[in-house]
Design a protein around this ligand. Structure first.
Ligand code: C5P
Length: 235
């Protein structure tokens, strides 16, 4: 469904704010991203609320720890009923592989469809200067491709990446792989703290399967109109 290609980032702190935004967006939006600031303050209630409203949920908690701990964390999160969940690719092959396996086994045991598990490549807020400052000598774009291939080999369903890297990822990993892109800004919108951004149209043309959009919708005078304009561009 075209509508499911838009994932709205619920980067708020309270259930009241969640309810207000979900209510404002109504049937226009099907898919929401719950990140750490919301999950750490309200916990699993937000997932329950969204599922009761028949919405899809991307639980963006970006797990990153030793393989055993990530596998355990994903097993615990599986029961919440999210549709998509993620880990950091920089946690390595074993972490991704063990995590995905544990998640799918737990879902099988519970008799439910396993959530899609995707890997964050390099944060879209990262620019070249900051990247080099961390001691990296490979270019961000090469690192992203390496992480995408690693995620695929580890059995993950896709990656989170900048729309600017979507085309190269698609070329490297083939068709059957999700590419979820934050850092999406409609023409003329404030870029905020994002660096490697693109418009919804160009992100999809580059091979993105899902667009994560937060502030351009949340901070709009009319969030529903802002979401619908992006959906028009998607269609
Ligand atoms: O408000 P904005 O559209 O920039 O929100 C983007 C969302 O995507 C935020 O919730 C951010 O945490 C998330 N994200 C990102 N870059 C990544 C992974 C997730 O911006 N690589």
């Amino acid at each position: 469904m075209q509508k499911d290609k838009l994932i709205v980032a619920l980067d708020v702190h309270t259930m009241e704010d969640v309810k207000s935004l979900v209510d404002k967006l109504g049937n226009s939006v099907n898919f929401y991203k719950v990140g750490m600031e919301l999950f750490y303050s309200v916990g699993k209630d937000v997932v329950t609320f969204l599922k009761e409203k028949n919405k899809k949920v991307f639980l963006d908690l970006k797990l990153f720890d030793i393989p055993n701990t990530v596998a355990g964390g994903l097993t615990s999160l599986m029961s919440l009923g999210a549709d998509m969940i993620n880990v950091h690719a920089s946690g390595g092959f074993s972490m991704m592989e063990k995590g995905a396996k544990a998640l799918r086994e737990a879902a099988k045991k519970a008799g439910i469809e396993p959530p899609k598990i995707i890997a964050v490549t390099v944060l879209t807020s990262m620019n070249d200067d900051e990247w080099k400052q961390m001691g990296h000598t490979t270019a961000i774009s090469d690192q992203v491709i390496l992480f995408a291939k690693l995620a695929k080999q580890a059995g993950l369903d896709g990656v989170v990446a900048s729309p600017m890297e979507a085309a190269a990822i698609r070329k490297a990993v083939g068709e059957d792989f999700l590419i979820v892109t934050p850092g999406v800004r409609p023409a003329g919108a404030d870029i905020n703290d994002q660096s490697r951004i693109a418009t919804p149209k160009s992100a999809l043309e580059a091979g993105a399967t899902h667009l994560v959009v937060g502030r351009p919708i949340r901070a709009a005078k009319d969030p529903k109109i802002a979401a619908e304009n992006i959906l028009k561009e998607i269609e």
